[in-house]
Design a protein around this ligand. Structure first.
Ligand code: NDP
Length: 419
């Protein structure tokens, strides 16, 4: 019987990807031998550098997005996240995979003015000067305009009776754009000071961009959700109810969204992006109507379970740490992702896959069954099992009445006595 991908060892998996033309020979050599960041490169990235810090990387298999298959690299320390993402993608494929909208990509930055005595007059002055201020912003990073991007619009938002935010929207093309936008904002702030005698408090991008989102949808035949003991229709109905609970209860919503972010952060990291920016923006988006809610929505329509996830995902395909972290370019090629827009689409689809797998597990077997199978591996390693002992300790742990570190240590000691 042919082994499944997850049953292969690491080198066999790499060979499988090469054989199936999902990985070039050059990138296969990289994944085979990669030992992480050099100390020298790490020292160029952060201050007071002492060493490097590694995470495991695996792939979510066969994520079908707008008809294109992606093998999606994920960097995470948490067992079961990658298995769940692959499982969600497998279920989605029964309905033809994910349909994802063309993302909007505008980054917003703000220049904050305080102690403004005449809000109406200042607002009118800034609005009158919009064209010139956009020009000043573009001149601060002219290469962006040459690439077809640049400053798009300004708006003035009143924050209080004496405080204003001037919001600048910029098309940052293929970059995340934080540094570019911050330079543009500071140039506009200097101009406001020189021309209008305004002294801004600060100028910085905002990580909240509810205007720039991407939406993934999926429609799965309910029959595909059946388990050995529960019908697909029942599983689908329970998933819908679980998604409803995440809409009305913040205690549940936060954990619901944490499950989505399990997958999203892992991909964002594997692509060398700033996961703090994504986390901050996504959670603010989840609370945009004043209550923190689940980010995904599920409903049954006829014989289909339909899911939808909308997220702000200002990721970059170039710039930032993407060129400095050596795994990023091979990961981009492995994922068959060619642009920031496509990366947003794949990440959003993967978040929905992750959510589907988590909800299905929660309303059927419970989360622990699948989780603890993979957890057994970590426990065996933590207990001190050597690579040739891990399989035996994992098998013994699965038979044990309790699966914890003490049991893993006891089973490892017993195994060694028998040898
Ligand atoms: P960079 O400062 O690296 O700027 C992007 C670079 O990509 C530029 O040098 C640009 O070249 C180059 N580039 C090449 N091709 C393209 C293209 N097609 N489109 C756009 N740019 C291109 O990165 P970002 O401005 O994207 O900033 C991201 C970094 O900022 C991240 O590391 C993030 O952690 C950090 N950051 C985040 C903040 C936040 O989230 N609040 C705040 C401050 C920083 P050229 O110069 O020729 O235009």
């Amino acid at each position: 019987m042919t082994k499944k991908f997850y049953q292969l060892n690491r080198l066999q998996r790499i060979a499988y990807l090469v054989k199936n033309k999902m990985l070039t020979l050059r990138d296969a050599a990289f994944f085979t031998n990669h030992t992480g960041l050099t100390q020298e490169r790490a020292g160029q990235l952060v201050e007071n550098q002492l060493t490097t810090f590694a995470l495991p990387e695996g792939i979510a298999r066969n994520v079908l997005v707008n008809g294109k298959l992606h093998q999606v690299p994920m960097a995470t320390e948490e067992p079961s996240v990658i298995a769940a993402a692959s499982n969600g993608a497998r279920l989605a494929a029964f309905g033809g995979g994910f349909t994802v909208t063309q993302p909007q990509r505008l980054l917003i930055g703000q220049i904050v003015l305080t102690e403004v005595l005449d809000i109406a007059a200042i607002t009118a002055q800034i609005t009158d000067q919009e064209a010139q201020l956009l020009q000043v912003a573009d001149q601060a990073h002219p290469s962006l305009k040459k690439r077809g991007g640049g400053a798009r619009w300004l708006r003035v938002r009143q924050l209080s009776t004496q405080e204003l935010s001037i919001d600048l929207a910029v098309d940052v093309q293929q970059a995340m754009g934080a540094n570019m936008l911050n330079s543009m904002l500071e140039a506009v702030a200097d101009c406001l000071q020189a021309k209008l005698a305004l002294t801004p408090l600060m100028s910085i991008l905002s990580n909240y961009i509810p205007e720039s989102t991407v939406t993934a949808t999926v429609a799965i035949p309910v029959a595909a959700l059946a388990t050995a003991t529960i019908s697909g229709a029942t599983v689908a109905a329970k998933i819908v109810t679980a998604s409803h609970i995440a809409q009305i209860d913040p205690y549940r919503a936060v954990t619901h969204n944490k499950g989505i972010m399990n997958g999203i952060d892992a991909v964002v990291l594997a692509f060398g992006n700033d996961f703090r920016a994504i986390e901050a923006g996504v959670h603010a988006y989840a609370a945009r109507d004043g209550q923190y809610r689940g980010l995904s929505h599920w409903q049954v329509n006829g014989a289909e379970l339909q899911g939808e996830l909308t997220l702000p995902l200002p990721v970059g395909f170039v710039g930032g740490a993407t060129k400095l972290l050596p795994a990023v370019l091979p990961n981009q090629r492995l994922a068959a992702v060619d642009s920031a827009e496509e990366l947003m689409q794949v990440i959003c689809a993967l978040g929905l896959a992750q959510n589907l797998a988590a909800l299905k597990a929660l309303v059927t077997t419970g989360i622990q069954q699948g989780h603890m199978l993979l957890q057994a591996k970590s426990l065996a390693v933590t207990a001190g099992a050597q690579p040739n002992e891990v399989t035996a300790v994992v098998a013994a742990l699965q038979q044990a009445t309790t699966m914890d570190l003490a049991t893993a240590k006891r089973l490892l000691a017993q195994l060694r006595q028998l040898q």
